[in-house]
Design a protein around this ligand. Structure first.
Ligand code: KG4
Ligand code: ZN
Length: 359
């Protein structure tokens, strides 16, 4: 069962995702039934550099895509002849990385004479929620928190997404990665901080919660600077930083802000549901705190499973099946778009009215 207004193209959709540092291919049937979901991570290639190196990412996608494609088809017990359409992430993401997936998807569509559909990666993160929660229906406040984005979206209906808040500087995942690297936890910092924080005391280091009660936008770069200053002050005082406590203190500050704003947005919009996706939504503390806050306010809380929060192609296939049914086949002339916004639009009222006023 799927929600009202939600239509999927039937048949088998091959999804391809290469927007950042994961080469992923999936086969999904009728929009939401996962037949296979293969992800090859490049983390080890980027780790020595402490972050994703775009040139390395593009080349690694080129090398990995063919074997990952074959693995996804084999795992789904199918082959190209049975695939009905191909969906790919067109943006946002790294230009050279996106181009690899786009070129492959177009080539498959032309060779097999099947429809091609290019989707927004962030709409993919939103559809990941549906893969785990078929009951997911708008209206909802959707929290999308990843390495490149931190957004609060008012989802009024399927395909109707107004951005009511976004980060003014660092994305949440970017802050996790930078802080993780700074306190010696390596790359990627998000999962490492999540693990380290389990043994940490979140009250040990007092860190700022920028714009906590102010509107729906986020500002996270000051928090990262505060961690650096605190580490320096401790070192000047001849004290070692307690890594687990710093990880927990930092994580709690990020979680406080995301949870508070999401719940306040739901109240301001009169919406009884919060959905959450993107790599940072895999964070165990964020998941726990968001669920608890929603429960105490009588809000439905839908979060995709951790493996579907981080980049994958099942979410691209699901969003593609929806877009194909709604809009028909995409344009083979479309180029990768590293800054793609559509179908998301900025809510013109949210900043102009100082969204806190209505909250
Ligand atoms: O959605 P995603 O896989 O890729 C982008 O679209 O950016 O998100 C990756 C981001 C990285 O910054 C990574 O550190 C963060 O998600 N991340 C986490 C966790 N797992 C991944 N952040 C906090 N806690 C986690 N468990
Ligand atoms: Zn992503």
């Amino acid at each position: 069962m799927t929600g009202a207004g939600l239509v999927f193209s039937q048949g088998l959709i091959l999804g391809i995702e290469t927007s950042c540092d994961e080469t992923a291919v999936a086969v999904v049937e009728a929009g939401v039934n996962l037949r296979s979901n293969v992800v090859a991570s490049q983390v080890e290639m980027h780790a020595p550099f402490g972050g994703v190196v775009p040139e390395i990412a593009g080349r690694a996608h080129l090398e990995a895509l063919d074997p990952v494609l074959r693995a996804a088809l084999a795992e789904a017990s199918t082959d190209f002849a049975e695939i009905d359409a191909v969906a790919v992430a067109r943006g946002p993401g790294l230009a050279g990385a996106l181009m690899v997936g786009m070129a492959a998807a177009k080539a498959i569509a032309v060779a097999r004479r099947i429809p091609f559909v290019a989707v927004n990666h962030l709409e993919g993160h939103l559809f990941a929620v549906l893969l785990d929660h078929p009951e997911f229906e708008p209206p909802a406040v959707v929290v999308l928190a990843s390495g490149g984005h931190t957004m609060l979206v008012h989802m009024a209906g399927w395909g109707a997404y107004s951005i009511i808040g976004s980060t003014l500087d660092d994305a949440a995942g970017e802050a996790f990665d930078k802080v993780g690297r700074y306190i010696g936890l390596g790359f990627p910092g998000g999962p490492a901080i999540d693990r380290a924080a389990r043994d940490g005391n979140a009250d040990r280091y007092v860190l700022p919660r920028a714009m906590l009660a102010d509107g729906f936008d986020f500002s996270l770069s000051g928090l990262k600077t505060a961690v650096v200053l605190k580490c320096r002050a401790e070192s000047e005082a001849g004290r070692e930083i307690h890594v687990a406590d710093m990880a927990a203190s930092f994580q709690e500050a990020v979680v406080d802000v995301i949870v508070a704003k999401a719940v306040r947005a739901a109240a301001a919009l009169g919406v009884g549901r919060i959905a959450m996706g993107g790599g940072v939504a895999a964070n165990s503390r964020l998941r726990e705190r968001m669920r608890a806050a929603c429960e105490s306010d009588g809000i439905d809380c839908l979060v995709s499973s951790p493996s579907l929060c981080t980049d994958n192609a099942a979410m691209i296939a699901a969003a593609g099946a929806y877009r194909l049914a709604m809009d028909g086949p995409g344009d083979l002339g479309a180029a990768a778009d590293p800054a793609l916004l559509a179908p998301f639009v900025f809510d013109p009222g949210s900043r102009a009215s100082g969204s806190s006023a209505s909250a």
